[in-house]
Design a protein around this ligand. Structure first.
Ligand code: ZN
Length: 382
């Protein structure tokens, strides 16, 4: 017998006679531990996550009917019902809200100060008791928030669903990219099994990317409270990660089934599938994790069309030409072709999908080893 339940939540109407719903699938009883939360399509125009969800549901249905789910697994297969309706000029555009231009994966609630006030006199020496208390305080803090609009309501609902999970995976993709993962520095190297199972070719570490994406809103509170209360044990109790499932067009049943299988193997190793805890060792990590602060944003110096000289996955040496920007109109003494060189060694893990440049536009991202920016600066792309 399946334990799977399906819940729908209505978002407040953003237009007359027009409400949207968020659908949540749950395996195992609500409140069972451990808990995992996986969602796809927060950036609604990123297709691979939806297909991984399709295969994940098939696999979890099978497991649920067989050996069983150990705790609670929550899936939000279409996490952004607002963004999936944002068609313009025959293109789905689900990264920024059409209403206010805000990125759907930025500016999630930062609960650290509120929760610190609520638990400061009650924390003790028992780490598990502290974890339970902090999770409850997070839930109460979220319940106090009065969202101003539909998108804020969606963000709050997703946080309310995920904030007390042991594991949170937010499935995304880049434009053209290899598999990569963003995760808190404080969660590393304990989370290396996630990157290893996924076959991530880059793992990018930051405790504060400066813009509070969903995964960080779930996990960062734990190390913020640990810093605040060094006299009490406060472990990083939420392993939250943004998983970038390669590029936008990297979509096939074979790839998505493999990715879904790898997520399940990761969960099995972590004890979420009954009778399979640690039954299989993860494969070797493909590439060591590097600081998000060391990601070089390769920017266009001038307008034109972009000719890439490097592919996602290429190792780059400082000074090598990554791309050229070509403007067929010469202006004065300016050259028609501008080579763009990498500033530091690293691996090109993502690049833009179209081939147009304007000054300052980020064309490619290179995972280097030496920090280029400060923690807490805006470390992500718009
Ligand atoms: Zn995304």
């Amino acid at each position: 017998m399946t334990t799977r339940t399906i819940e729908t939540h209505s978002l407040p109407a953003a237009g007359m006679a027009n409400t949207r719903t968020l659908t949540i699938l749950r395996y195992g009883a609500r409140g069972n531990r451990p808990k995992v939360h996986i969602q796809a399509g927060l950036h609604a125009d990123e297709a691979p996550g939806y297909l991984v969800m399709h295969h994940l549901i098939e696999t979890l249905d099978r497991i649920d009917a067989g050996t069983g789910i150990a705790g609670e697994i929550v899936l939000v297969p279409v996490a952004n019902p607002i963004g999936v309706a944002q068609w313009r000029d025959d293109r789905l555009q689900g990264r920024f809200s059409f209403s206010d231009g805000i990125n759907f994966n930025r500016s999630y609630p930062d609960l650290a100060a509120t929760v610190a006030d609520s638990v400061r006199d009650r924390l003790g020496d028992d780490a598990d008791a502290n974890i339970r208390m902090i999770r409850k305080a997070c839930g109460r803090a979220l319940d106090q928030i009065r969202p101003a609009d539909e998108a804020a309501h969606l963000k709050l609902k997703l946080m309310q669903t995920a904030h007390d999970a042991d594991i949170v995976l937010d499935l995304h993709c880049d434009c053209q990219a290899v598999m990569h993962v963003y995760i808190g520095t404080s969660l590393w190297p304990e989370a290396r099994d996630l990157s290893a199972w996924l076959g991530a070719e880059a793992t990018l570490l930051a405790d504060d990317s400066g813009v509070t994406p969903f995964d960080e809103a779930c996990s960062r509170i734990w190390w913020r409270l640990a810093e605040r209360f060094p006299e009490h044990p406060v472990p990083p109790a939420c392993l939250a990660a943004t998983v970038e499932l390669r590029g936008r067009a990297d979509l096939s049943h074979a790839m998505a089934a493999e990715d879904a299988g790898n997520i399940v193997r990761f969960l099995a190793g972590r004890g979420f599938i009954q009778g399979q805890t640690g039954s299989v060792d993860p494969p070797p990590l493909k590439r060591q994790a590097t600081p998000l602060r060391a990601v070089e944003h390769v920017k266009a110096p001038t307008p034109g069309v972009v000719v890439f000289r490097k592919q996602p996955g290429d190792e780059i040496t400082a000074g090598e030409v990554v791309a050229e920007v070509v403007n067929p109109l010469p202006s004065g003494a300016a050259e028609r072709l501008h080579p763009i060189r990498a500033a530091a060694d690293g691996m090109l893990f993502a690049r833009s999908a179209d081939r147009f440049a304007r000054p300052g536009r980020i064309l490619a991202k290179i995972a280097g080893k030496t920090p280029l920016r400060a923690e807490g600066e805006d470390l992500l792309t718009p």
